[in-house]
Ligand binder design. Sequence first.
Ligand SMILES: [Zn+2]
Length: 91
Amino acid sequence: MALDNASAMWVPVCCGRVMRCNMFRQAGGGAYAALVCTLCNKNITLEQEPLATANNFGEGSTVLSLIGSPKPPKTERRKSFEEAGPDDPTL
Ligand SMILES: [Zn+2]
């Protein structure tokens, strides 16, 4: 079940749950966002940049459409890649 990147969105996950996203306005204009895990309090800051600067991030860079929800569903995510390490005997 492969989605092509153009129609897919990416979901930030930590501790098996969708991370919360809060947006903040900056005094000088612009905005930034913080992804927070409600279980372990991991915090990831997202800064805005014009799409046109994407080239500056080097080869292989991809622009991801990330969902930022202040109240994501609390349901547990299905098992993800974290479960399938290199030692997974089923591989
Ligand atoms: Zn977490």
